[in-house]
Ligand binder design. Sequence first.
Ligand code: AHM
Ligand code: MG
Length: 333
Amino acid sequence: MKINRSILTLEEFRKQELRFLPQATGELSNLLRDIALAAKRVNVEVNRAGLADLLGETGKINVQGEGVRQLDEWANAAFMTALQRGVSCAGIASEELEDFLSFDEEICNQSKYVVVLDPLDGSSNIDVNISIGTIFGVYRRTTEKGSPCQLTDFLQKGSHLVAAGYIIYGPSTMLVYATRRGVHGFTLDPSMGEFTLSHPDIQCPPKGRIYSVNQGNEAGYNEQVNRFIRGCQQKSSQEEGPYSLRYTGSMVADLHRNLLKGGIFLYPAIPSFPNGKLRLVYECNPFAFILEMARGRATDGFNNILDLTPGCLHQRVAFFAGSREMMNSFAKN
Ligand code: AHM
Ligand code: MG
């Protein structure tokens, strides 16, 4: 029997990393472990959603004015519970919660971290069995340890993120996370029930041949965006040819593909969303951080996403992200 000795679980990988970080307390590793646990629970529900009658709407409308799906709620509760029980996090802000939630227990108040999260992004794709995802970001709180966390802990610039990541529930389930030490991807091994290292040290190719945008909204885009889209369609050089348009409507799936293969993702402002549709705090900032750590880039069309100071938890923003050279061409175009 051949034994694969190279398998490294997320926890084993974190323990190895800690050897190089003598000051580290292990609190971030614990927090990632809690997120991975919730992700495994959500993965089970996502896989059986059609069978367990978990598809469809709850009849409620969230703070964004959007219909809440049963799995959205389920995923939100799973992450909230795992993080509260894990006691390595002082509180969370979530797409599904109007206000931030301070866990406000003595032991949680001792934690130095807070988490921002979109528990189930792209959830309109659940009913049709297309990849969806979870997005998260981890901040070191600015308020004093020992006290309940406050709104200001969550309204930090993306450049202050300590870690960020996502889980993609797709043909296989993957957890990708970034710290300043790099970006690593782990695939869920269903036989072990563990995330195992499959994509060490992810670097976004400087250039790709994919653009991802909801082209149906073209009439509402500004001229800079439309000029760039035309350029993607008309690349004249023999070598390049036109780029391929790939857009699933699940940002996690679109950005995951572009992170690995190279490409650019655009969600510009449109008349119905004059400030952009995607949320700065728990959707764009985590992805901007992941891309920057993987040598890609993310902007709102003018500024680096990570330099923006959020004014409120559910702030929307125009979002352009991907391979560095493609992002540079977009900026110059
Ligand atoms: P959600 O948080 O309500 O799921 O919305 C975010 C999603 C992104 O995953 C995706 O890129 C975008 O909305 C798709 O929007 P559209 O259908 O307008 O193209
Ligand atoms: Mg979302």
